[in-house]
Design a protein around this ligand. Structure first.
Ligand code: KIV
Length: 267
């Protein structure tokens, strides 16, 4: 087992080895994913949706994210642990970004942070990297800007937005980011960004030519059924499994077959 670091990820891009990333929100799933060999575990602010049941990521708070990162860090040994910075925890000033990002490393065991946005947050990215906090960027369909976008459509289909995204990716690289998530942009644009920068791109709904891929763990396991997203490959249908198991349990309790003598204590 070799611990994954930001340096390893650069080497993987150079070697052409794809980077596998999943989200996790608790120690149990983090341990399973880590032991299976995932390269990066991202504690996404998607927690506000898939764990807390909200309709966007905007309600995630620093305290909630710190709790999830603390839980996940207890389950991770090999993967790089990245904490997602919640809405308004880094956009106000670079000092605010350093203070909040520092908490993820000092109090919760994260090894890097992820920030949504490009040039408007570049001073924060530079300050974080300067003080030793590795930064993962996030461009394209950035869910914290969902109210500005007005929906979950593919981003950067227009030439001007595509050019701005490419410029943002280069600015993030120049500011010292170690990787960039590209969410829901056309595959040819993701391929162009991937070729144009030396740091790895991690795609989600952005085609096969990114240096790595990320999915929300509950999506790819078929546990979160609120959305049916074209870019999510469902490797299992665990919602059906869980529903079936719960129904069997209810049946056994109602008909008295659970617990059996073997599942009980005589003294
Ligand atoms: O919050 C999240 O889970 C994310 C990934 C889907 C990239 O940002």
């Amino acid at each position: 087992m070799k611990k994954v670091t930001t340096v390893c990820l650069q080497d993987m891009k150079k070697r052409g080895e794809k980077i596998a990333v999943l989200t996790a929100y608790d120690a149990l799933f983090a341990r399973l994913e880590d032991q299976a060999g995932v390269d990066i575990i991202l504690v996404g602010d998607s927690a506000a949706m898939v764990v807390a049941g909200g309709s966007s990521t905007l309600t995630a708070t620093m305290e909630q994210m710190l709790y999830h990162v603390q839980c996940v860090s207890r389950g991770v040994q090999r993967a790089l642990l990245v904490a997602d910075m919640p809405f308004l925890s880094f956009q106000i000033t670079p000092e605010q970004a350093v203070a909040n990002a520092g908490r993820f490393l000092a109090e919760a065991g994260a090894e890097a942070v992820k920030l949504e946005g490009g040039r408007p947050i570049i001073e924060a990215v530079k300050r974080l990297v300067d003080v030793g906090i590795p930064v993962m960027g996030h461009l394209g369909l950035t869910p914290q800007s969902i109210n500005k976008f007005g929906g979950w459509e593919v981003r950067a289909r227009e030439k001007s937005e595509a050019k701005a995204l490419l410029d943002d990716a280069k600015a993030l690289q120049d500011a010292g980011a170690f990787a960039i998530v590209l969410e829901k942009i056309p595959s040819p644009l993701a391929a162009e960004v991937t070729r144009s920068i030396t740091i790895p791109t991690i795609g989600i709904g952005s085609g096969p030519e990114c240096d790595g891929q990320v999915l929300v763990n509950y999506d790819m396991l078929g546990l979160y059924e609120q959305f049916n997203l074209r870019f999510v490959r469902k490797y299992r249908r665990l919602a059906e499994e869980v529903g079936g198991a719960v129904k069997e349990y209810i049946r056994d309790v109602k008909n008295g077959s659970f617990p059996s003598a073997d599942e009980s204590y005589e003294k």
